[in-house]
Design a binder for this molecule. Structure first.
Ligand SMILES: [Mn+2]
Length: 458
């Protein structure tokens, strides 16, 4: 029985790997990235990028594995217990100078029946078993002045019974200094973030796929929403699309906040029963082949906006549209933020919610843009927009329930509209533009039935 099961798994995996529709980063791109990093480094530098650790869930069960983003970026390797070494000077392996070496755990590889063939062979100069790492490292480090290496997270460890606590990264840094006196240790982010922030065409295709899958899920959720449903039912509809179209998982916990929960920025309990008259904020993103989308739509649960909801929604939409119009290469991130704030103040004054521009911050307490990529809040080192960056634009308005000075029709409403924006020559392209966001389009779509309205009984 067991044997058959294994054969079945292997067969299934080879079919999956050969699936023609699956988008992947081409091997040549990994080689090019490694070469670019090597060119930026001095001959007395060495870089080590480690696989992410496995996190235990309970007993024999681990959390689904997610590779470290820098490892994914440089070589696409998806397994734990591996180290990628980049040496501009070269490390002597069998008489040859190797510049990119991957040390990997061959045991771990054998036990994963689903793995794809090691594409690394095409990316790295050589692949060595992990037990050769120690010897290779001392050779590679001789004469090295700067080691680029990121210490693992979480950095703070506390043991509750003894009350002992220490900073893991500080301890490791100390140990490294003792072992290699005179060595400067810098995070790999320093050379890598600037590269990661500019997306290649291959990365844009992956982000577009993550976006399209997320939009498909949101479209079904918009059609499905109705009073009496639970927030988690909308989450199920959205994440169904992720699994259906081959996205591994959400890139971050789905936020489905209805009624008063719409005002909680990182709400993800998703367990409230939605009522007629509520708005529901859905802030979600599928992760496809390592790349995460980030889209927010806000809809009226009943299918029709009330007057107050529509006025606030149109105000947020105006903030978004006017800001999009200024987003292009050469514009600073601060200018983007200021544009949204300027329109926000103007709109809130027009609606009579504030009297002075500076009062607007109370109703929009968060930043409105961040990079996306291998992480949903992706690395960022540039203050000015450049061709190839992909950033979100997510204005919102959050009107508290308990302020009698605020007209009743606006109270207890939270709205956010978030799109993903690719900065191109002379302007931008909204890669999430296939998903409805105008009031009339949302109301029209909500008239249809969705996946979440299909009967299913226990
Ligand atoms: Mn976001």
């Amino acid at each position: 029985m067991k044997k058959h099961f294994r054969v079945y798994l292997l067969l299934g995996s080879s079919l999956f790997a050969a699936e023609p529709g699956a988008l992947q980063t081409p091997d040549t791109l990994y080689t090019q990235r490694c070469r670019q990093v090597l060119q930026q480094m001095d001959s007395t530098d060495l870089m080590l990028v480690a696989s992410a650790g496995v996190k235990n869930r309970c007993g024999d069960v681990d959390y689904p594995y997610r590779q470290d983003s820098n490892m994914l970026y440089l070589c696409g390797w998806r397994h734990p217990s591996a180290l990628l070494m980049l040496s501009p000077r070269g490390v002597n392996v069998g008489g040859k100078a190797m510049h990119t070496i991957c040390f990997y755990n061959s045991k771990a590889l054998e036990s994963t029946a689903y793995h794809r063939p090691p594409r690394l062979a095409a990316v790295c100069d050589t692949m060595l078993a992990l037990d050769r790492f120690d010897a290779s490292l001392s050779q590679a480090l001789s004469g090295i002045r700067t080691l680029y290496y990121s210490l693992p997270k979480p950095v703070f460890v506390q043991e509750p019974v003894t009350g002992k606590h220490f900073f893991l990264d500080r301890e490791l840094r100390k140990a490294l200094r003792n072992q290699y006196p005179g060595l400067t240790i810098k995070p790999v982010a320093e050379p890598l973030n600037r590269l990661r922030q500019i997306k290649s065409d291959a990365e844009i295709r992956l982000l577009q796929k993550a976006v399209d899958i997320t939009a498909a899920g949101l479209r079904e959720a918009i059609k499905s929403a109705e009073p009496g449903m639970y927030e988690y039912e909308l989450q199920a509809v959205i994440e169904y699309a992720y699994q259906r179209f081959g996205a591994a998982s959400p890139g971050f916990p789905s936020i489905i906040g209805s009624g008063p929960n719409a005002l909680i920025l990182h709400y993800d309990d998703n367990d409230r029963r939605m009522q007629a008259g509520d708005m529901v904020v859905m802030d979600v993103g599928a992760e496809y082949n390592g790349y995460s989308a980030d889209i927010t739509r806000t809809i009226p649960v009943s299918g029709v906006f009330t007057e107050g909801q529509r006025e606030l929604y149109e105000a947020v939409l105006t903030m978004q549209k006017e800001t999009l119009a200024v987003m292009k290469p050469g514009v600073s991130r601060r200018a983007v933020e200021e544009k949204t704030r300027e329109v926000c103040s103007r709109e809130l004054m027009r609606l009579g919610l504030i009297k002075k521009a500076e009062e607007a911050k109370r109703f929009l307490p968060h930043g409105v843009s961040h990079d996306i990529g291998l992480e949903v809040h992706d690395v960022s080192s540039r203050e000015v927009l450049e061709v190839g960056m992909v950033v979100t634009l997510e204005p919102g308005l959050y009107i508290p329930a308990d302020d009698p000075a605020i007209p009743a029709k606006y109270r207890s409403i939270g709205i956010r509209i978030e799109d993903d924006v690719w900065i191109v020559e002379g302007g931008n392209r909204v890669i999430t533009s296939g998903l409805v966001k105008e009031v009339k389009d949302i109301e029209k779509l909500m008239k249809q039935k969705g996946l979440g309205n299909q009967p299913l009984s226990l």
